[in-house]
Structures are given as structure tokens and as C-alpha cells.
Design a protein around this ligand. Structure first.
Ligand code: MG
Ligand code: MG
Length: 247
């Protein structure tokens, strides 16, 4: 069941989104060769708590950290540890914040220093795939118009989208209905209407779309060890069109 959000709830989510924006600004300054994933996680947790929020991933289904940090061939759900960032890495950083009973969820993939041409292209295409998807978050469109637009952009770039992980509704729960796939034909699924809030989150691989989970039970990696990128925004459907709450 899709739970619609009131304008007041959307305003709270946008305020929470402002905390996430600050976190990504911090991360862009913080990430450099030699700094570790655990240090980044701690810095972001501290900032969220200072702003009166709660890092929403911590303890979620037993997840042990505040953020997910997924580097290079890691797709999502990487657990921050003591491995240092290296020149040329692409660092997927996924952040969830809960405050005043409402959640937001957002991800960025951040290059460390100079990255390969391939990595550069992957980041550009994945970002654009998110943008193309968000453009369909209008009342009267169907849910999979978003999915189709995301996949189209990724494929046009020569890349593939992960199929076994999807975006989601978000609000009083971090994961709500509906699921938001990043692939498939347009004009299917529920009709979008004002008050629907979605976490739209393309995960795009340089190689094939297959992924698997490492023995830690969390980290998802590409099946062919190719690079993967992830961008995510929390977006409200409003009468005036898509309202991005995490920028
Ligand atoms: Mg996320
Ligand atoms: Mg999400």
C-alpha cells in the first residue's frame, strides 16, 4: 500500500534532506587517499547527530554502521572498515537520516583524485540516469516511466543496470511501497500522484548486471568485478512536479 505524505511531512523530509546535503559536502572534502572508510563513517555519524538526526541505517536489520560505503566493484551495502581510500577509487556513499519520525535516503558516488576515463563516464551516465528518472516523477505518469527512463540512459551509455536491487517509497518507514525498479517497459505500475515520495536509485555497472553478496552478508559486488556506481535522491511527487528533497 502506498502511503501519501502531507505537505507538512514533505517539508520535514526536506529539512532532513538538508542534513544529508551537508553530509555529502563533508564527504567530498574528507575523502582522499589514506583516509579510511571507518573514519568517513564516524565523521558523518557525528554530523547527523549534531543536527539532531539519527543515522537511519545503524541497526537496520542489524546493520553495524551509520553509512554504506561501497568502493569500485562494490555496488551497495559496503560496511565501513579500516581500508584506506586510494587515488582512482570511486566511492559510493549511501546515507539515511531519520528525524521527527521521517526518513530520507540518498547516495552519491565520489571520485578519489584522478579516476579512469571509464570511471568518469560511469559516474556521468549514472547521474544522468537518475536525472532522467526524476523527470518522470509527475502526477499522471506511471511508476515505470521512471524505471524505463533510468534504464534507457544507462544502456545508451553502454552500461547495464542492476536488476536485483530497486528503489522504494519512503516516509515514516525507510522502505515503503512501491518498489522502484531501474529497468523495464514504461507505462506500468501505479499512477503517480501528489504525496507519493520515492527514493530513486540507479545502480549501474560497467559490465553485466549480475551481482552477488560477499561472505560478510552485506556487501554486494558485481559478478564480473567491473566498476559500479550508485546515485540516489528522495523525490516527492507534487502538483508542480518532482521536488527533490535531498539536494
Ligand atoms: Mg540509500
Ligand atoms: Mg534507498
Amino acid at each position: 500500500m502506498i502511503v501519501l505524505k502531507t505537505p507538512d511531512e514533505i517539508a520535514i523530509m526536506q529539512a532532513n534532506g538538508a542534513i544529508v546535503v551537508e553530509c555529502f559536502k563533508l564527504a567530498r572534502d574528507f575523502i582522499r587517499p589514506g583516509r579510511t572508510r571507518r573514519e568517513l563513517d564516524a565523521a558523518i555519524e557525528q554530523l547527523i547527530v549534531e543536527r539532531g538526526g539519527r543515522p537511519a541505517f545503524k541497526g537496520f536489520h542489524g546493520y553495524p554502521a551509520s553509512t554504506c560505503i561501497s568502493v569500485n566493484e562494490e555496488v551497495v551495502h559496503g560496511i565501513p572498515d579500516d581500508r584506506p581510500f586510494q587515488e582512482g577509487d570511486i566511492v559510493g556513499l549511501d546515507i539515511g537520516v531519520e528525524k521527527n519520525g521521517l526518513y530520507v535516503d540518498s547516495a552519491r558516488t565520489i571520485p578519489v583524485g584522478k579516476v579512469s576515463k571509464e570511471a568518469e563516464m560511469l559516474l556521468e551516465v549514472t547521474w544522468e540516469a537518475l536525472e532522467r528518472g526524476i523527470e518522470h516523477a509527475w502526477p499522471g505518469r506511471r511508476l515505470t516511466d521512471i524505471s524505463h527512463a533510468v534504464e534507457r540512459r544507462a544502456k545508451a551509455g553502454g552500461f547495464s543496470v542492476v536488476r536485483s536491487l530497486v528503489g522504494h517509497g519512503i516516509g515514516r518507514q525507510m522502505h515503503e511501497d512501491p518498489q522502484v525498479p531501474n529497468f523495464g517497459p514504461p507505462n506500468q505500475g501505479p499512477m503517480l500522484e501528489p504525496g507519493i515520495v520515492l527514493a530513486i536509485e540507479p545502480m549501474v555497472n560497467v559490465g553485466g548486471h549480475d551481482v552477488f553478496t560477499l561472505e560478510d552478508g552485506w556487501t554486494i559486488v558485481t559478478g564480473d568485478k567491473s566498476l559500479s556506481a550508485h546515485f540516489e535522491d528522495t523525490v516527492a511527487v507534487t502538483a508542480e512536479g518532482p521536488k527533490i528533497l535531498t539536494r
